[in-house]
Design a protein around this ligand. Structure first.
Ligand SMILES: Cc1cc2nc3c(=O)[nH]c(=O)nc-3n(C[C@H](O)[C@H](O)[C@H](O)COP(=O)(O)O)c2cc1C
Length: 370
């Protein structure tokens, strides 16, 4: 069978997922399949997707904590109901290097979730392909070396090419070693830590966003705020505006890795303070209080449920703490203190080498070209 049209959606912090989307578009162009590569925040799926088995819809996105980022999950939920339209997902995952060892990433639930969700909306899911790209977690580790980055991307491009050929020839991509790897990790996670996804989406990603701050090299240009895919950065302050990260930050790290002044940091010393703020936990008392009236809930008490209840405390506590922190770092000596006590100040930044920031902010239409 031949596809008549491909809508390739992407969410990408640092360009990896954008790049794998572009490789697919190039393969479409070679086969004269009209295609467009569309960032999900500019997408209009209701008009872009028709119900037809010769339509291919693809979503490429990074893996965050073995899950798709929340904005990708929301996008999947909002996709219109379309019977028979083909769907394929491409989570990218981060390869890291420890000494001489190159460790592949794990997409886990990020690879599985769309395959379970989309059939409920009528789509005919064609499988999934997770692709290893260089890890972009520069809030916790430095970027890989250029040589490794180039090799990882070249390997991935080769692999993607093989699978894209099969996909565009109408074949499904389910029974691969790669999917076995992902489904094994995903299942283990859900069996042994079933509440992990909720905890990550409810707390983990917010905590990371609240680590971000601008060092004194920030000139207040606001590029990070304009480029944020979630509109999660506010430029606060009239005379000397500085970025302020809101709770809807997903930690995609675009701001950090595309800032040309290297002004965006994740504060490690600040994270230690946040950790201690987090230890004034109220959840045990809340549980005890509720258990007086509903003793049945006592057996639900464990690390995860306590943390979920803790959200009641964490949200306002971190909100207030971050407001205070934001005012503190406006004072140069304190800004210097937090800047020199975070490892990110010394970490190399990463973004996919061929991807410019502007690429991530626009649709690359190809429907008319072919
Ligand atoms: C907050 C965060 C969490 C991540 N979690 C995972 C993970 O669980 N597994 C993995 O393989 N890679 C993980 N990564 C790495 C990215 O998924 C990977 O580098 C991806 O290719 C980045 O794509 P992008 O440049 O399109 O944003 C994580 C990255 C970030 C920033």
């Amino acid at each position: 069978m031949g596809y008549k049209k491909a809508s390739i959606y992407f969410l990408s912090g640092t360009g990896n997922s954008y790049r794998v989307a572009i490789w697919l578009q190039q393969e479409c162009l070679r086969r004269n399949i009209p295609s467009a590569v569309i960032p999900i925040n500019l997408a209009d799926p209701k008009t872009e997707i028709e119900a037809a088995s010769d339509q291919l819809v693809v979503l490429a996105y990074p893996t965050h904590g073995l899950l798709p980022p929340w904005s990708a999950i929301k996008f999947l939920f909002k996709l219109p109901f379309r019977r028979r339209t083909h769907f394929f997902c491409i989570p990218t995952r981060g390869i890291v290097r420890i000494g001489r060892f190159i460790i592949p990433g794990i997409a886990g639930v990020a690879s599985m979730l769309p395959s379970f969700l989309l059939p409920l909306k009528g789509y005919h899911v064609r499988g999934s392909l997770s692709l290893d790209m260089p890890a972009n977690m520069t809030s916790v580790m430095p970027s890989l070396r250029q040589k490794d980055i180039a090799r990882i991307i070249a390997d991935s491009k080769r692999r993607a090419g093989r699978y894209y050929t099969r996909l565009l020839a109408g074949k499904s991509i389910w029974f691969t070693r790669n999917n076995l790897w992902e489904y094994t990790w995903g299942t283990l996670l859900l069996v042994f830590f079933p509440l992990f996804p909720i905890l990550y989406l409810l707390l983990g990603r917010f905590f990371m966003g609240k680590m971000m701050f601008a060092n004194s090299d920030c000139i207040g240009c606001g590029k990070c705020a304009r480029a944020c895919p979630n509109n999660a950065i506010l430029m606060k302050g009239k005379n000397n505006p500085k970025p302020y990260w809101k709770y809807n930050c997903e930690d995609c790290l675009r701001c950090m890795n595309y800032c040309e002044y290297r002004a965006v940091e994740a504060g490690h010393s600040w994270a230690v303070i946040l950790y201690f703020i987090g230890t004034f936990s109220l959840s045990a008392y809340i549980f005890q209080f509720i258990a007086q009236y509903f003793p049945q809930i006592d057996y639900l008490k464990n690390f995860y449920t306590l943390e979920i209840v803790n959200a009641v405390y964490y949200y306002p506590a971190y909100f207030i703490a971050y407001l205070i922190f934001f005012e503190m770092i406006r004072w140069k000596p304190l800004n210097a203190l937090f800047t020199w006590t975070t490892l990110t100040h010394f970490f190399k930044r990463y973004h996919e080498p061929e991807t410019k920031l502007e690429d991530l902010l626009q649709k690359s239409e190809g429907y008319e070209d072919s």
